[in-house]
Design a binder for this molecule. Structure first.
Ligand code: SAH
Length: 370
């Protein structure tokens, strides 16, 4: 396990532990054709297999009847290694919330959560094994960063959920994944290249990707300012969520240590620039921690900073982590916080806490297993 970074140290490079084997989902459509050609097969076989894999959600080569059996085997052997091994699957909310703990080829553990709502299915996925951002209230942060995930390791989390849904293995009947949130383990913008590639695999139309709309994809970040700017230039209007958690640098330095490098004002400037460029409403995440960041004066200060912007505040009742003295805010303090924001015309919702009883909220299952 890596040493947690010094607060303020930006960990953009994860320590290298053997890369996972190359996988079809690491490559874009052109790269897949090239890889298949290298195997001595016609390039169009890559498109056929991609449609099976990403559109028909079929991971059973027997069913790829448009591809000759020998070619299927060659492609599976060379380009479709198993990347995620399920360790544990737990359901709650009458089977509408399902959390999976996965083991990667090097023993790293990651998790993903599928949440079914009346109007949508959201998958919460991991972008890194562990996390280097060291936020003291977050379970994942306590274990440090193990490594970045490959593009395919990210995409396969989505596909696993999509397959389960399509095969009627999730309560509520067969369905499709409509929303993706990068709110599992890791800091997605610290694994920028693989995360952008995975967004292409998720968003691109067939045979390139799964065709899930950019509007349904949310990238959540501690606020790595240069990477927020890069994201604005990608031309994929995903929703940006910024984990603010405090309106003032003094407190945010302690809750989100990277704040010493990218302070509140710079993070919000980058966020407004993102909203300008993409016309997408930015989401501000704020975990309400009793007696720490939930005071009325902080709500006032936050409201003044956000009023008039294309923004929506997502208040998250703190999900207490084992061994921490911090707990969620009292209901009346939460209500007052909401009221103060609304009075200044700032849109705000309190996030429902799906999956709490299965530690589905924040890196806790992997933490207890590790
Ligand atoms: N690294 C990204 C994604 C992290 S998880 C980020 O920081 O945005 C998604 C959200 O869950 C973040 O806003 C994170 O701060 C929040 N979170 C982490 N631990 C939490 C906890 N114990 N209770 C409530 N929210 C938590």
């Amino acid at each position: 396990m890596s040493t947690p970074p010094v607060p303020g140290e930006l960990v953009l490079e994860a320590p290298r532990r053997g890369r996972p084997a190359r996988h079809l989902m690491d490559l874009d459509a052109a790269g897949r054709r090239a890889a298949v050609t290298e195997l001595g097969l016609p390039g169009f076989r890559a498109d056929q297999v991609s449609r099976q894999w990403l559109t028909r959600l079929s991971d059973d080569p027997e069913q790829w009847t448009d591809v000759p059996a020998a070619a299927r085997q060659t492609i599976v052997d060379a380009l479709l290694p198993t990347l995620l091994t399920p360790i544990k699957v737990i359901a709650c909310d009458e089977g509408q919330t399902v959390k999976s703990l996965w083991r990667l080829h090097d023993g790293s553990l990651i998790e993903s959560v599928l949440m079914r709502y009346p109007d949508r299915v959201t998958m919460c996925i991991s972008s890194q094994a562990g996390c280097g951002m060291n936020c003291p209230f977050c379970a994942t942060g306590q274990g440090g960063l193990q490594r970045n995930l490959s593009t395919a390791e990210i995409v396969e989390q989505v596909l696993a959920g999509a397959r389960a849904l399509e095969r009627d293995q999730i309560a509520g009947g067969p369905g499709r994944v409509s929303n993706i949130v990068f709110m599992g383990m890791g800091e997605p913008l610290a694994n920028y290249g693989s995360v952008i590639e995975s967004i292409h695999r998720i968003n691109d139309p067939a045979p390139g990707g799964m065709g899930i709309g950019a509007r349904g994809i949310t990238v959540s970040t501690v606020g790595l300012v240069p990477r927020i700017r890069d994201l604005a230039n990608e031309g994929i209007p995903v929703t940006l969520a910024v984990s603010l958690h405090a309106p003032d640098d003094e407190l945010r330095d302690t809750l989100v240590p990277i704040n010493t490098r990218y302070p509140v004002e710079e993070v919000l400037d980058a966020a407004w620039e993102y909203a300008d460029r993409t016309h997408r409403r930015v989401s501000i995440e704020y975990a309400l921690i009793k007696g720490v960041n939930d005071q009325a004066f902080r709500a006032e200060r936050l409201a003044r900073m956000l009023e008039g912007e294309l923004v929506h505040v997502n208040l998250i009742p703190l999900n207490p982590t084992p061994g921490s003295a911090w707990t969620a805010s009292l209901p009346r303090d939460e209500a007052a916080f909401v009221r103060i924001l609304r009075n200044r015309g700032v849109q705000v919702t309190v996030r429902d806490t799906r999956g709490r009883e299965i530690d589905g909220a924040c890196g806790q299952l992997a933490a207890t297993q590790a």
